[in-house]
Write a protein that binds this ligand. Structure first.
Ligand SMILES: [Zn+2]
Length: 226
């Protein structure tokens, strides 16, 4: 229940404006978490663009060839000049996600981008795994490179994909690589918000007083220790 306008704190007698003047109203400032989020979003956009360019650059006659076969015979397909880059992106993005999923499922710590998630950090692990399972449900493909128990029933990695499809899959798993980092940064942001003092006057119970009374943030903090 919010107090009426112009209400004064029951203890110090200040209005909201007076309390804010007293301790300063922290303006919403850009934090490291915000900066990291902007970086991830930017990298995500660039990656999607790069892979789309590759997809468009593959000669039509190659698009229906097996992805793994083409990638495994780079000297044979020299005419596709960016195969090395595709191989690199596969390592840096897709295999990185496989590693995260494999370790996450085993309850181990894992690292993605600049972020490390401890083995016992259930909140962050869940944030990542929810996203992973959603992707697996949507695509019907195991996202752990084949470590899962039911790997026989679910195609893994790029198995069975044609070159064109494989590039799309690379783009999609690349998006997951960044989404997972975004989810982790959202958890960081949540923690950050909890630490920020919110200044105001709210109705609160005071020990040995029957009805809730309006209390300012400062006084509420003071009497909490009593
Ligand atoms: Zn007060």
């Amino acid at each position: 229940m919010a107090p009426r306008d112009g209400v004064r704190c029951w203890i110090c007698g200040r209005t909201v404006e007076e309390v804010q003047q007293l301790i300063g109203n922290p303006a919403a400032e850009v934090t490291d978490v915000d900066r990291s989020m902007a970086k991830v979003v930017d990298a995500r956009t660039r990656f999607a663009k790069t892979v789309s360019d590759w997809w468009e650059g593959v000669p039509e006659q190659f698009k229906n060839m097996d992805f793994n076969f083409v990638m495994g015979n780079p000297t044979q397909f020299k005419s596709i000049r960016f195969l090395d880059d595709v191989q690199q992106a596969r390592k840096s993005h897709v295999e990185a996600v496989w590693e995260v999923v494999g370790r996450g499922r085993e309850g181990k710590d894992f690292t993605i981008g600049d972020m490390k998630v401890d083995a016992n950090d259930e909140r962050r692990r869940q944030a990542v795994m929810r996203e992973v399972e959603d992707f697996e449900r949507r695509t019907g493909r195991a996202l752990d490179g084949g470590k899962q128990a039911d790997e026989a029933s679910r195609p893994k990695g790029f198995d069975g994909l044609k070159l064109g499809e494989g590039l799309r899959y690379l783009r999609d798993v690349g998006a997951v690589y960044y989404t997972l980092q975004q989810r982790l940064l959202e958890v960081d942001k949540e923690d950050e918000r909890k630490k920020m003092p919110t200044i105001g006057i709210g109705m609160a119970k005071v020990k040995s007083f029957p009805k809730p009374v309006p209390l300012c943030t400062v006084c509420e903090g003071l009497i909490k220790g009593l």
